[in-house]
Design a binder for this molecule. Structure first.
Ligand SMILES: C[S@@+](CC[C@H](N)C(=O)[O-])C[C@H]1O[C@@H](n2cnc3c(N)ncnc32)[C@H](O)[C@@H]1O
Length: 111
């Protein structure tokens, strides 16, 4: 079964009006891996609360979702290692607080 993350485009009108062609999930995962590689394998970029991410053309949120998952996991691991008493709260709060996304089309999100 395919999901929103496998969607490549919805229709030609939306491609014409908004340039709406989605990045496939496999490519989103590769982009996230590339970011780790460009940081010389430094996975700590994902659990650094001082780093925020901004997706200026988020569409239905596929890249945002990939970044959120990666950061949630990384913040959680960091919290566990440092014996944070509330790793779930710490990871959700920081993953949300450091991720921003906008899109020109407020009907871009899929239900
Ligand atoms: C090619 S899609 C990319 C969506 C998503 N980032 C991805 O990679 O799958 C381009 C998106 O940019 C949005 N967009 C186009 N012009 C924009 C603008 N000036 N400001 C913000 N978003 C814009 C469109 O609505 C569309 O959702």
């Amino acid at each position: 079964m395919s999901s929103a993350r496998d969607l490549f485009h919805r229709n030609k009108t939306r491609i014409k009006n908004f340039g709406e062609v989605f990045t496939l999930d496999t490519h989103v995962k590769q982009m996230i891996e590339q970011l780790s590689l460009h940081s010389k394998g430094n996975e700590e970029i994902w659990s650094d609360e001082k780093i925020s991410f901004f997706e200026p053309t988020c569409g239905h949120g596929n890249i945002v979702e990939g970044i959120f998952e990666k950061r949630l996991n990384s913040f959680y691991q960091k919290a566990k290692i440092s014996k944070n008493p509330s790793p779930e709260h710490y990871s959700i709060a920081n993953a949300l607080n450091t991720l921003w996304a906008i899109d020109i089309d407020d009907a871009g999100l899929l239900g």
